[in-house]
Design a protein around this ligand. Structure first.
Ligand code: ADP
Length: 712
């Protein structure tokens, strides 16, 4: 395409330039032909004057005439080389070149016959060049009749060499291929530069100036009949003498500078074209290389993605593997805590529990980030209130703030007091993370949470009066493992994952997150989430957004006053332990791990339950066929038969426990695991390591309803 453009431009330019040179030549030859004409006109005039002058001196006496001519010779030398007198019979009676005795018959010459025929008419006649009988030279005869008593009595001839005109033409500097010609309007050649033989005959009659209706002056281009040279011609007519002056310049001469220009332009254009072709080839090669690089990158990306998936899978497996022994550590420490311990021992056990909590929260973070990176984070949207959120955040953060002696306040705008649809667990996670950080990085002053209504949801702001964050650190703040200053890690602890998780969670729920901060004065972390509100806010309990899993109310076939939290997490304050004492004494624990068995049994026994133990799914099915249980705690991964399959069987067999609440206990914490549990018919879900309070609360939630039924 570029080449076509280049060459079109080049051809256009060359054509334009060639036409320019030719046009210039036309103008030049026109002017030169006019100059040639003017010279010729004045020469003819002078010759005419000479003829008129010497004719008056002719008396018939050739001797005195010869003396006169000799005297005048100096003046007319530049014009003429011969003066002749012809008598009325055509016999030469005087010539300044011939001996007087020489008798030459000129009666057949045109210039004689013209005047003889004209009789007494006196006019100047100019002949075509004739080869002189006396001089033996070519000459143009300028003639006038000699009249005696008004009658024709002979002809006075002044012979002029055609060279007179040719020599002038030479001065026009026509270049080596140029020509200048004097022609009769009838086509006969009169004079020419460069000098040519007159025996060539007439000019071809196709020439423009020979046409009857041609203008006085003009241009044409043709091949010369004399020397076969192609020329541009300019001509000028002198009608009163029947003459035309034609000046030509060789096309070859005219176009010589154009040819030089053309070869330069062609060279440049060829160079540019070659360059373009080379560039095109280079580009093509680069594209091929690029294509290959892209292919390699694609491959590398695929590999990276699959290794990322493998990494996430590894992290998920690892967190599962760590959770199981952690379950043992925490559970055992909790049991130990309930035994008789002195103060030091109690502190030691408390330290074990605190460290374990930190470890669990790190495992949770790693699991979250691996889920997010594997794109497996799923959100569970359900109705919740801002109060639910603030209560749980308050109970966890207030303690930490009090420990550090700083203030902690949550202030929610009045118009936030309604039901929203969203993943309250994940919102709470972000809030806990931001508020936890705020407390961690604040030594004096206070931490405050503001919750405001936005047209399409809520805005949360967590402000502190802590150390603040330097400008340059803010950009990276929300990336994985980013910490402002690694010394803070030593001082405050942390993995650098909290903000990265918060950002991904906020964005995953369609929101955004950010920070404003002044170093040394404090920071405000904020996030905004789009949250829908159910249209009917009057009847909050029948909002129609409850989970699809059977609620405790459905299981118990009782219309409960409030629907339980659908996110498998306790949301209400811990119940009084005495209220959780069971009315139906039996609870079935399905668990294969000996340590977990011990922990769970010790816990539930403390709550006043009788516990039957099943070590796998098959044993669980057998046990549920024998007795009605108030609650079944079901492990997921067990030999022989896992928890999911066992639950499905218990539900489908229709035995005494077909509607008994079944709570999953598992170290697996992926969303898909929650779903598998729900699909099998489980009612709730607890992750290991089992938190004592969480288990108590969960049992209370599901068994407490029996009490509620009995009270209604
Ligand atoms: P972690 O707190 O576990 O290190 P985060 O991702 O939650 O990881 O935070 C990353 C870093 O951001 C922190 O290490 C700290 O340097 C900085 N940071 C977070 N919150 C605050 C805050 N409120 N004030 C000052 N610095 C903060």
């Amino acid at each position: 395409m570029a080449l076509i453009l280049i060459w079109t431009a080049v051809l256009y330019e060359l054509n334009r330039s060639e036409k320019g040179y030719l046009r210039e030549a036309e103008i030049k030859t026109s002017i030169q032909s006019q100059v040639f004409t003017e010279f010729s006109r004045s020469t003819i005039r002078r010759v005419n004057e000479v003829i008129l002058d010497i004719r008056t001196q002719w008396t018939g006496d050739w001797k005195s005439f010869a003396t006169l001519i000799q005297r005048r010779q100096g003046i007319i030398d530049d014009l003429t080389f011969q003066v002749t007198v012809i008598d009325s019979d055509g016999i030469m009676i005087f010539s300044n070149l011939a001996k007087p005795a020489t008798r030459v018959d000129l009666s057949q010459r045109v210039h004689f016959r013209v005047h003889k025929q004209a009789g007494d008419a006196d006019h100047l006649y100019i002949s075509t060049p004739v080869l002189g009988k006396v001089s033996g030279k070519w000459s143009i005869q300028f003639t006038r009749p000699i009249l005696k008593n008004g009658k024709f009595n002979g002809v006075l001839v002044v012979s002029v060499s055609p060279d007179l005109f040719s020599q002038f033409a030479e001065k026009l500097q026509l270049g080596k291929g140029g020509s200048a010609t004097m022609v009769k309007t009838t086509g006969e050649l009169m004079a020419r530069y460069p000098i040519t033989s007159f025996s060539q005959g007439a000019i071809p009659n196709d020439r423009l100036f020979l046409q009857d209706d041609s203008p006085t002056s003009g241009n044409y281009r043709s091949l010369s009949s004399v020397d076969q040279t192609e020329r541009i011609y300019g001509y000028y007519k002198l009608p009163q003498f029947g003459l035309v002056y034609v000046v030509g310049e060789s096309v070859n001469d005219i176009l010589t500078p154009y040819y030089a220009y053309r070869s330069l332009v062609l060279e440049v254009a060829s160079g540019v074209s070659a360059f373009a072709i080379i560039m095109f080839i280079v580009l093509l090669r680069s594209l091929t290389t690029l294509e290959k690089v892209r292919g390699d990158l694609e491959l590398a990306k695929e590999r990276a993605e699959s290794s990322n998936i493998a990494k996430s899978q590894f992290l998920a497996n690892m967190s599962h593997e760590i959770r199981t022994p952690m379950n043992g550590v925490i559970g055992m420490a909790q049991i130990l805590m309930d035994t008789d311990l002195d103060e030091d021992q109690q502190q030691f056990v408390q330290d074990i529990l605190t460290s374990s909590d930190s470890l669990v929260s790190i495992i949770n973070d790693i699991l979250d980030i691996s889920k997010i990176e594997a794109d497996r984070m799923e959100y569970d949207f359900h109705p919740f209130t801002v109060d639910d959120l603030t209560n749980s955040v308050n109970s966890l953060i207030k303690v930490k703030a009090d420990e550090k002696g700083i203030g902690f306040n949550i202030d929610a705008a009045p118009d936030t007091a309604c039901i929203f649809i969203g993943d309250s667990l994940r919102i709470r996670q972000i809030l806990l993370n931001l508020a936890g950080n705020a407390v961690k990085f604040t030594e004096r002053g206070e931490v405050r949470i503001h919750i405001k209504r936005k047209p399409d949801g809520l805005r949360f702001e967590v402000s502190d009066t802590g150390i603040g964050i330097p400008m340059e650190a803010r950009e990276k703040l929300f990336s994985n493992f980013s910490q402002v200053d690694s010394s803070t890690t030593r001082k405050f602890g942390g993995t650098g994952l909290g903000l990265a998780i918060s950002k991904r969670l906020a964005e995953g729920m369609g929101g955004k997150i950010g920070v404003n901060s002044t170093e040394g004065q404090g920071s405000t972390f904020w996030f905004e989430l789009p949250l829908a509100s159910p249209p009917d806010q009057e009847d909050e309990t029948n909002s129609g957004y409850a989970e699809s899993v059977p609620t405790p109310a459905e299981v118990q076939d009782v219309t409960a006053p409030t629907a339980p939290e659908p996110d498998f997490q306790p949301a209400s304050p811990l119940p009084d332990e005495s209220a959780t004492v069971n009315k139906l004494p039996y609870l079935l624990l399905v668990e294969d791990n000996k340590i977990n068995q011990k922990i769970a049994m010790s816990l539930v026994r403390k709550l006043g339950y009788e516990v039957d133990l099943a070590e796998n799914g098959l044993e669980a099915i057998a046990a549920t066929g024998k007795r009605r249980y108030e609650l079944i705690l079901m492990d997921m991964q067990m030999p022989e038969m896992g928890g999911v399959e066992a639950t499905r069987n218990i539900r489908s067999l229709g035995g005494p426990n077909a509607l008994t609440p079944i709570i999953a206990l598992t170290a697996n914490a992926m969303e898909s695991d929650y779903e598998a549990c729900r699909d099998a018919g489980m009612n709730d879900f607890m992750t290991k390591p089992i938190n004592r309070e969480a288990l108590i609360e969960c049992i209370a939630r599901w068994s407490g309803l029996t009490a509620s039924r009995s009270s209604t």
